[in-house]
Design a protein around this ligand. Structure first.
Ligand code: ADP
Length: 486
């Protein structure tokens, strides 16, 4: 499988069932992170394009909301089938545009995106209201109605999967969508648009705008005819969106950053925990909001654990997304590489001990955005690398004395997306899981997710739960109907 098997045409905007150039005629380049080369250009949506897409979504909404849920389900099942049938091609596109290893893109991202469509297809005809206890001669019941036009703004770390997490439940519930993929990774969202059109989803139900956060994303957020924003991205932009959404009081759900603690007690299965610590920080080259970026080790096992972890991590050499041996791809962009390198420098300057990595890896003649997996030991709570989300393969290690100390350090962050605990003691594991302030806690594992399991943040990692039945709450609103029976 080589990347030249893919011929990339310039991407256009998908508005009202048609493929168009941006009203301004502008476009921008998208780059292959494995070698820094331009893959193709895509249209750059501006405010006029946002207006057109929102109008298309608004016009399509009443009929789509009224469509027999079983028909909606059927279309979502077909999208899932098509995603799976085209997983080679979609995996290749994702690997080219994002840099993640082709096998991971194909076997995990694309397959999970299909699962999301299948799962919410199953929900479409099971969204029920309640009959309520009512005083006197009354009947009272609730209906769950779609919210309306949903703006979905997504990041570059799991481009197709994040699109699926938002588009699938939105459509199942009868909403229409304006989707804006991240400017770094627009290509698979456009393929999703092609599939959506091919299977027969009516024009305007899903509109896809490639473009930048500002103006395209910002115009979606500010638009008075957009009823809801579903955002996944940085905490900084999440705050901006919350402020901006106040102008029209639209509903928002935010899945933001993390600085997740991965806590290893002395009684843990050490081999498994070492593997979990490496996967926790290195999966997706650390570009995961759930990355286990703070490793907290019980002091008594520190030396032995670090020896094993260093050896394991040093075997994880970065490589081209299309090299079969690659398990660790590049960072998504030069900008991201520079940002992560900046944190590495801060780590050194603030006195953390660099155990391994910290330098650019020489892959493809140094043209890609590769960084060697990096571990800092003896990290103290006030250091920048202990506090800020790095979004790269950079691990901050510190030690703790007992359960109280572990939980206190684990919770000493403004974030609260995920946490993990490694121990053979069942009671200790659950106790820690209950005491950690995070939307997901893993026990003796890391990064396990499923379409059926709700996902979202505590604290500044955002609010609203995607996936599972919880997403139905995000994409519906409850109406109470009173009937006078007297
Ligand atoms: P990252 O730092 O991981 O690139 P961002 O939060 O900047 O994450 O980007 C996530 C998504 O938010 C992208 O689709 C980006 O274009 C979009 N975005 C960035 N700035 C804004 C903004 N001001 N308003 C709306 N969307 C934005």
């Amino acid at each position: 499988m080589t990347q030249t098997d893919t011929i990339l045409e310039p991407g256009r905007l998908f508005i009202g069932g048609e493929w168009r150039d941006a009203a301004s005629g502008r476009s921008f380049e998208t780059v292959n992170p494995s070698n820094g080369e331009v893959l193709t250009t895509v249209a750059e949506a501006g405010k006029d394009d946002v207006d057109a897409a929102v109008q298309a979504a608004r016009s399509a909404f009443p009929a789509w909301a009224e469509t027999d849920p079983r028909k909606r389900a059927k279309l979502l099942f077909r999208i899932a089938d098509e995603l799976e049938a085209r997983k080679d091609e979609l995996g290749r596109l994702e690997a080219l545009d994002n840099g993640k290893p082709y096998r991971q893109a194909r076997n995990i991202d694309v397959v999970d995106a299909a699962k999301a469509f299948r799962y919410y297809a199953g929900w479409a005809d099971k969204i029920e209201g309640d009959v309520l206890p009512a005083p006197g001669a009354h009947l009272a019941y609730t209906r769950r109605e779609p919210v309306g036009v949903c703006g979905a703004i997504i990041p570059w770390n799991y481009p197709l999967l994040m699109a699926a997490w938002k588009v699938a439940p939105a459509l199942a519930c009868g909403n229409t969508v304006v989707l804006k993929p991240a400017e770094q990774t627009p290509l698979t969202a456009l393929e999703l648009g092609r599939i959506i059109a091919e299977v027969g989803v009516p024009a305007g139900v899903v509109n896809i705008l490639t473009g930048f956060g500002d103006p395209a994303g910002a115009a979606i957020v500010a638009h008075p005819d957009v009823d809801k924003i579903a955002f996944t991205g940085s905490t900084a932009v999440g705050k901006l969106i919350q402020r901006e959404a106040a102008g029209t009081l639209k509903r928002i759900s935010l899945e933001l950053g993390g600085k997740s603690p991965n806590i290893v007690f002395a009684d843990a299965d050490m081999e498994a925990a070492v593997k979990g610590a490496a996967t926790g920080i290195l999966y997706n080259t650390g570009q995961a909001c759930t990355a286990g970026s703070r490793l907290l080790l019980e002091a008594s096992i520190h030396d032995e654990f670090m020896e094993k972890l260093k050896a394991r991590v040093e075997r994880m050499t970065p490589g081209d997304a299309f090299d079969d041996k690659t398990r660790l791809g590049p960072l998504v962009s030069q900008e991201q590489l520079d940002q992560v390198m900046g944190y590495v420098e801060k780590g050194k300057a603030e006195g953390a001990e660099l155990v391994t990595g910290g330098d650019r890896a020489n892959v493809n003649g140094g043209k890609g955005f590769f960084l060697s997996p990096t571990i800092f030991d003896r990290v103290t709570p006030e250091m920048t690398i202990a506090r800020e989300e790095i979004f790269g393969p950079v691990l901050a290690v510190s030690t703790f004395e007992d359960m109280d100390d572990a939980v206190a350090q684990g919770n000493a962050t403004e974030y609260g997306l995920a946490a993990a605990v490694w121990t053979r003691d069942v009671a200790k594991a659950h106790l820690a899981a209950h005491r950690l302030h995070a939307g997901t806690v893993w026990i003796n594992t890391y990064h396990v997710m499923d379409t059926g399991a709700p996902f979202g943040g505590y604290k500044q990692s955002g609010y609203g739960r995607e996936l599972g039945k919880n997403a139905i709450d995000l994409y519906t609103q409850v109406k109470t109907v009173w009937v006078n029976l007297g």
